[in-house]
Design a protein around this ligand. Structure first.
Ligand SMILES: [Zn+2]
Length: 646
């Protein structure tokens, strides 16, 4: 999730690359066992609060830990529910443990049985706790010493936050319904009973039954239909629960190379494959920097427009918003981002949401390194610069300073608070700071070993800092000080050691913009100068326009460049934000169309917010009333809050 990623603050959305290669990179550890979370911690500053426990789970994962979940489910579009049986394997960390505590949210538990060898015994005395609006309900299941597996027969709710059920009318094809999931941060528990914490890694398998003509996909090996009309899936590598994902619809496939391809509805399949054609180069660049891609295939699925994020890094199958299909590959850094998660996030995972920058900051850094490698420093620095503007805005708007620390405070109210630009961009700039101090010759191999040494582990901020002490700082003791690291990780705001990106391209745009604003050059002359601008330069131009332009100047710009109704979603969004601020009503009909067709949180949360703040609350309410049924449940919750608060 930068300007180009997903989203943001203060309405925090949680959000959201691979390559060339031969067969060699598909060799992955098929049987790697989940490793326990590292708990040996020590901080740079003793006063910093260290807590390795994830408070957003009921699970007693320090005593007993899931190792595998098998899902055997009917995908029921009529009732809008998943219905079937989850079979759980686990290991006892504490040999005395007599209860398995799981997370559930809006699940109906039909029955539970314990399996011991050939014996299956129904359990009557399980308990489902009271519903908490954030955490859901804890499910306590008594275990006997002999219990080897737990079987849970359950159904999901039609309003499960992690699942969006689209009617045929809400899809492009209009003939078939569509389902897709979004488990991050804590919505896997609305899809299945499990230990819903990134501290626990598990493998999974699934058997799905779907209506005729529809194709199910998961973040796993893509199963073929068997003789019973069922589809089988397998994820043999241990992943955190938030990476379990499902999509079902009238979905087609187009290969990009032998192990990378795109899934999408027919209307956008060819355009998506073209837009993402450079994904193999991205994979190659990633591998050169940080070692082999370990997940086998890498596919992308372009979801319906209500997908609330830019992308979601579900392993082997990144979920992507159609707003990336700009026609000119200008927004593909989001692909680079999701692919980069195959190293940072999916391979090495934050153990708690307080450490989310370990996923997102590392990924934003890797993404930008890959963009630099493929497209040059000019584009990479423009993207850094745009991201920094977003970070500064989020820091300025943060509800409290602690939320701008990389290591978030223990009392965050919801994991979504971890997904502001702080995790993404401040995290990225921290790694840029380290890179500059240690030099790429030292820092690149160090990061590569970090990913390798912690592959398939869940880790905390403190694990990283310790690792850096031992594997980098001892060799270069004068490169950075404890106080500098402390400021980046445990203190609010952007440290003064942050890089100031110098973009010649943006400076040029600024000069031209200033000249136009001052009336020194005409709109016609600006048109000639802007003929070669990239999307990035357009964004810099629009975002930098002063607040006090005359309406005629907006009209001139709009006439010259057709910004209202722009096909590029980023450009259109930037223009609508300005239009709202300036009360430029000519843009409103197209803005309404945008809000009715785009569900990506990065855009719509800020648009609704801006509308409300600029006295357009009533207009926003009217449009929202019409748009709401088409939005994802996550977006509905966020926008309900935006429009109803205060
Ligand atoms: Zn991400």
């Amino acid at each position: 999730m930068s300007t180009f990623k997903y989203v943001t603050f203060p309405v925090l959305a949680s959000a959201l690359f691979l390559a060339s290669c031969g067969d060699n990179q598909t060799s992955q550890p098929e049987t790697e066992a989940p490793k326990p979370v590292e708990t040996d911690t020590q901080t740079v500053d003793e006063t910093s609060e260290v807590e390795t426990i994830d408070k957003f789970t009921y699970a007693n994962y320090e005593d007993v830990r899931l190792t595998h979940i098998d899902l055997n489910l009917d995908v029921n579009f009529e009732e809008k529910m998943l219905d079937g049986v989850a079979t759980l394997d686990f290991e006892r960390i504490n040999p005395e443990v007599d209860t398995l505590v799981l997370d559930t949210k809006d699940l109906t538990i039909n029955s539970i049985s314990l399996v011991n060898g050939e014996m299956t015994t129904p359990v009557e005395d399980y308990t489902l706790g009271e519903a908490d609006p954030v955490l859901g309900q804890e499910l306590r299941i008594p275990l006997s010493k002999e219990t080897e597996q737990v079987l849970i027969d359950y159904t999901t709710s039609p309003t499960a936050e992690g699942l969006q059920w689209l009617s045929p009318e809400q899809t492009a094809g209009k003939e078939d319904p569509y389902l897709f999931s979004q488990a991050q941060a804590i919505n896997a528990r609305t899809m299945a009973p499990l230990q819903d914490t990134p501290a626990v890694r598990l493998t999974y398998s699934a058997t799905l039954r779907v209506p005729d003509g529809l194709r199910p996909l998961m973040s796993a090996s893509q199963g073929e239909e068997n003789e019973n009309g069922e589809y089988q899936f397998d994820m043999p590598q241990p992943i955190p629960s938030y990476l379990i994902a499902i999509a079902v619809g009238d979905i087609e496939f187009k290969a990009i190379n032998d192990h990378i391809g795109v899934y999408a509805e027919d209307y956008i399949l060819d355009a998506s494959a073209e837009e993402f054609a450079e994904t193999p180069m991205m994979e190659e660049a990633n591998e050169e920097l940080y070692g082999p891609y370990r997940w086998g295939r890498y596919d992308l699925i372009v979801l319906p427009p209500s997908f609330p994020f830019g992308g979601m890094e579900n392993p082997r199958l990144s979920f992507m918003t159609p707003t990336l299909i700009a026609g000119d590959k200008s927004l593909t850094n989001v692909v680079a981002h999701e692919l980069a998660h195959s190293w940072s996030g999916n391979l090495v995972t934050n153990a708690t949401w307080r450490d989310a920058w370990l996923n997102e900051g590392f990924t934003s850094y890797v993404e930008n390194r890959v963009m630099e490698k493929l497209y040059g420093e000019r584009r990479a620095v423009m993207e850094q610069s745009l991201a920094l503007e977003d970070l500064k805005r989020d820091i300025a708007e943060a509800e409290r300073p602690e939320l701008t620390q990389l290591k978030l405070p223990a009392d965050i109210a919801h994991p979504d608070e971890a997904f502001s630009q702080v995790a993404y961009v401040k995290g990225q700039y921290f790694l840029i700071f380290l890179e500059e101090r240690f030099g790429r010759e030292a820092f690149d191999p160090f990061l590569k070993s970090w990913f390798n040494d912690h592959a398939f582990e869940s880790v905390t901020t403190e694990t990283f800092l310790d690792y850096m002490d031992e594997n980098l700082r001892t060799d270069y003791p004068d490169a950075v000080t404890d106080a500098e690291i402390e400021a980046w990780v445990y203190e609010p705001g952007l440290p003064d050691t942050a890089k100031v990106p110098q973009s010649d391209a943006f400076e040029m745009v600024q000069t031209q913009s200033d000249a136009w604003v001052a009336g020194d050059i005409s709109t016609f002359e600006l048109e000639e100068l802007a003929a070669d601008w990239s999307t990035h330069e357009w964004l810099h131009f629009i975002n930098g326009l002063p607040d006090d332009l005359a309406v005629e100047q907006y009209e001139d710009l709009d006439k010259a460049f057709s910004l209202t109704g722009a096909q590029n979603a980023e450009t259109a969004f930037a223009w609508y934000m300005l239009a709202i601020k300036m009360d430029y009503e000519a843009a409103y009909p197209d803005l309404e169309g945008f809000l009715l067709t785009v569900g990506r949180g990065k855009f719509i949360y800020r648009l609704y917010e801006a509308l409300k703040e600029n006295g357009k609350g009533e207009w926003a309410q009217r449009v929202y009333a019409e748009a709401r049924p088409g939005y994802h449940p996550i977006a509905q919750r966020r926008i309900d809050d935006i429009l109803n608060e205060g």
